[in-house]
Design a protein around this ligand. Structure first.
Ligand code: GLY
Ligand code: MN
Ligand code: MN
Length: 436
């Protein structure tokens, strides 16, 4: 059934919440200016558990207990409305939503506030992510107070309030088959966008022209759009980690760094490629690029089940630091430079993050003092870089070089699988950019 991955996840969550009630709202629509809204993006937790695309919706999950042994999966959603549907399009309404999305019960969104006290009464635990959606926070607190005020009538409010992000983040950390299928497709679209940018790049173009090529490829291939603001950074703009202006011209002798991924069915891809605007790497950019590529290769080799999350960062860092010594950016030993952190002006970020519905996806990196241990089914990025800002106290011919190479990876049972495939080696990039 179409709703199966989502209803299966709800059942898995219900198993974990025991005699509890969980409340999961979707995101509100957000005004961009006056009557125009930002393109609607549902809340990732809500989407993970429903696949339901409309705003103004809330899931309530009731775990089984002694008096009601069967768990219940409830959704509140917008009612059908002929006039609004003329303007904004189809709504499922409570009548159709159960069949289409596998819920047991459905009510109008407007009834949420009125029904909530009864839903939470007589459950020992409330699972909710306070601090996420302020308007719903207020309604949940109000419902708790309503039930507490009814204690003489024998009603009991949940005595324990737990953060719903904990079980959901643990679940989201391990991708199921439905998710990995979408993520592979999102990755293929993003890779096609990067290859198109390489093919169309010409000296003198504006950075936004390459952004347009990526956006065209993403939409043409059915993605919803960018998963995050794309970075198209020519020359030293690549040394600004979150450069998103994308409004400068691309000089013939510069590199261009593109960090862009699409969103497909809610899931992000996240790819970075750096290539020469001219189509040919020169001496020093070639050396610097090979260092970052070698760092990425070392990082990928370090990803396997059973190792701590930080291991692949450490592997990349050692190669990058050796490269910094070879380029005469730094002097000393690899261990000494890592110990003193003098590499940080040239490499200041971690080598990757979890990937999924959010580009920096849900999930802890540490539990207490210990790094989370990698397991099969996790998805993460591998994105080492080297940034030599203009003005750095290093040989001038290196100034303004900014390189990052980023791929998306699944942890497998015996290692990992890189599932992004845009041109990456110097030979592949120069081949795709050949103009004869
Ligand atoms: N594109 C965001 C990141 O690489 O983390
Ligand atoms: Mn990333
Ligand atoms: Mn990225």
């Amino acid at each position: 059934m179409k709703h199966e991955p989502y209803s299966t996840r709800r059942s898995a969550l219900l198993e974990q919440i025991g005699d509890g009630v969980a409340i999961i709202p979707t995101a509100p629509e957000r005004v961009r200016n006056r009557d125009s809204h930002h393109p609607y993006r549902f809340d990732s937790y809500f989407w993970y558990l429903s696949g339901f695309p409309e705003p103004e919706a809330i899931i309530v999950l009731l775990g089984g207990n002694d008096s009601q042994p069967v768990s219940r999966s409830i959704i509140f959603c917008r009612e059908r409305n002929e006039e609004r549907e003329v303007w904004d399009g189809f709504r499922y309404g409570p009548e159709a939503v159960c069949d289409a999305f596998g819920f047991d019960e459905a009510y109008a969104f407007a009834e949420f506030e009125h029904r909530l006290p009864d839903l939470i009464a007589s459950r020992s635990r409330l699972w909710y992510a306070f601090g996420h959606e302020a308007a719903v926070d207020t309604e949940v607190i109000s419902a708790l107070n309503t039930v507490r005020a009814q204690s003489r009538a024998g009603k009991r409010a949940p005595g324990e309030i737990r953060d719903l992000r904990e079980p959901l983040d643990r679940m989201r950390l391990i991708k199921d088959a439905h998710e990995t299928d979408i993520m592979r497709r999102a990755a293929a679209i993003a890779a096609a966008g990067h290859a198109r940018a390489m093919r169309t790049c010409r000296p003198g173009m504006a950075e936004y022209e390459l952004e347009a090529e990526l956006g065209y490829e993403f939409r043409k291939r059915g993605a919803d759009g960018h998963a995050y603001s794309p970075i198209v950074a020519g020359g030293h703009n690549a040394c600004i980690l979150h450069y998103i202006e994308n409004n400068r011209l691309l000089s013939e002798h510069a590199l261009v760094l593109i960090d862009a991924g699409c969103e497909l069915e809610g899931y992000a891809s996240d790819i970075t490629r750096t290539f020469p605007v001219s189509g040919r790497f020169s001496g020093v950019t070639r050396d610097a690029y090979e260092i970052v590529l070698a760092a990425q290769t070392a990082a990928i080799a370090a990803i396997k089940p059973g190792v701590p999350f930080i291991a692949y960062h450490d592997a990349a860092l050692r190669v990058l630091v050796q490269g910094m010594i070879d380029l005469q950016l730094l002097a000393g030993s690899v261990d000494g430079i890592i110990e003193s952190e003098t590499y940080k002006p040239f490499y200041m970020h971690r080598t990757g993050h979890w990937l999924g519905l959010d580009v920096h996806d849900a999930g802890e990196y540490k539990s207490g003092d210990d790094w989370v241990v990698l397991q099969a089914g996790m998805a993460l990025t591998v994105e080492p870089g080297l940034y030599i800002r203009p003005g750095a106290t290093v040989p001038e011919h290196l100034h303004g070089i900014g390189i990052r190479i980023e791929d998306d990876v699944f942890v497998t049972t015996d290692g990992c699988e890189v599932y992004t495939s845009a041109p990456k080696s110097i030979a592949e990039i120069e081949e795709v950019m050949r103009r004869d």
